[in-house]
Structures are given as C-alpha cells and as structure tokens.
Design a protein around this ligand. Sequence first.
Ligand code: SIN
Length: 306
Amino acid sequence: MVLNCLEVEVAGLKFRNPVLLAAGILGMTAESLIRVAEAGAGGLVTKSIGLKPRKGYPNPTVVQVSCGLINAMGLPNPGIKTFSEEIREVKRRVKVPLIVSVYGYSAEEFAETAELAVKAGADAVELNVSCPHVEGTGGEIGQNPELLKEVVSKVKRRISKPIFVKLSPNVTDIAQLAETAVKAGADAITAINTVRAMKIDIKTGRPILANRIGGLSGPAIKPIAVRCIYEIYERVRVPIFGCGGILNWRDAIELILAGASAVQIGTAIAVKDLEVFRTIPKGIEKYIRRKGFRSVKEIVGLSHRL
Ligand code: SIN
C-alpha cells in the first residue's frame, strides 16, 4: 500500500497535504475559497472577519516592492452574519478543513465572532491578534500579554473547535507571546503575520499607501518567519502553522524543518498563481521520499534535533 506521506493531522484536524491558504488573499467569498481547494490546497483560512461589516482603507491598499508586497487593506469584510452564508457554501461543496480568521475590538467581540463562525460550520478559528496597522485590534492585542490572554481564554470558553492564534513578528519576544497564548488555551500558533513597513514615492515625496504604513509579506520576511517558528518551537508544545514568504517547496521545507507542522501561502499566489497548491506539495513529497522519510511529520522541527 502506498501511504500518503503528505497527510498531516494538526490540532485534531486532518489535512490531505500541509500547504494551506493563508488569511488575507482569496478568502472573502465561497467561490474563491472553493477555487483554492480545487487547486489542491490542504486547508483554507478565510480573510479576517469581524462582528460588523468594515469598509477598510481607501486605495492604494497594496504596493509591490522589490522583495514582496506591502498591504494595508484595513480589514475590509462583510461581517460574520453575512459571511456565514459563504462558510456554509464552502462546507457544502468542499471537504478540506475551513479555518475562519476572526478579529475583534474586545475579547467579547472575538468570542461572539468565533461563536458565529463555528455555528456556520468553521472547523477552527484563527485569531488575528497581529494585523500591524488597524487601531484598537490586531497587533495592539497580540503584543500585550494581558489582552492576549483575555481574548484567547474568552474564545476558548465559548467554542469547542480548535483555536489557532496568529502572532506578529513586530515584537521583542514572539516565543513569550506564544507561551501566553498556549497557557490561555490556544491549540496551535500561526507564525507570522506581516512586518510593519512602508514605501515612499520619490517623485511626489509622499507615502504610497493611503494608510501610509502597511505590512510587508513575501520573500523578504521568510528568514524572519524561520527564526520566529524556530524560537516558538523551542518554547511551546502545540503545533505551529508556518507562514511568511514561501514561494516554492524549498521555502516550505525550511519552515517545516524550523518547526512548522503545516504551512500557509499568501503572497506566492499573487506573484505566481494557484498552481503553487500543486507544485509545493509535489516538491515536499519528492524531498521526503528522496531523504528516506515516510511522512512530513518526521521532518517537523528536524533542525532542532541535528
Ligand atoms: C488587512 O486587511 O489590512 C490585513 C490584515 C492583516 O494584516 O492581518
């Protein structure tokens, strides 16, 4: 019998391969999420959804730089009540795990949003406590251990599905915050969200993004992601979803060796296309077989044991 060496179980969820869609791109409608699943993704993470609809920032919200993308969308979303219909549609049509990314301006808002997402069919929620540029939420919560603890423990009391906590690299000690999240009830950590960044137009002298400051994603942040995952793996015993700058299977392997049980892809979809959900799992599988391993699980955190 040929075993599927790509299959992974993370926080009780079974993924056919360890390459998931990251929050923030193609995650706002059922149709786009279904397209990603059909392209081969092992799991889906939606765009971050709040309790109420939010318009987001005016354009320009994304700018390309030589080493990636800087975005400041401002968490645009239709609100969880409207988005629940998209969740139901995805669950009706595809079998891969659906993780709903949620944000809030208080622990209660996080909990209510998470509760409604689970009611609509989410297999897990990912708490966005790391958006680097929206006031009153995101990083302002995830960088404060007291607030982080309050949010995670409140959500934990309200839902019975797994909770992933997406952390920011814009901190002094990300492993410490991972530990706080785990003690409060996180079932997995997602690392990392984007790095605060900006771009200025030298012709006009003005910042390009309407919000001026945004979050950098793409190849420039991969070494930061590798370091953060490595440090978190040393500190906590829950699985890690690795995210940040993966463009190809070699990048994915690097994050897995650092300690990620699975990876999430965002910017690569914009600079390549959905083909990455076929080529990256294929490359991981070839690497595993070439190295004489039987499954992805055997190489998770391997660099810590060598
Ligand atoms: C955004 O919608 O502006 C991005 C969200 C994030 O970086 O977490």
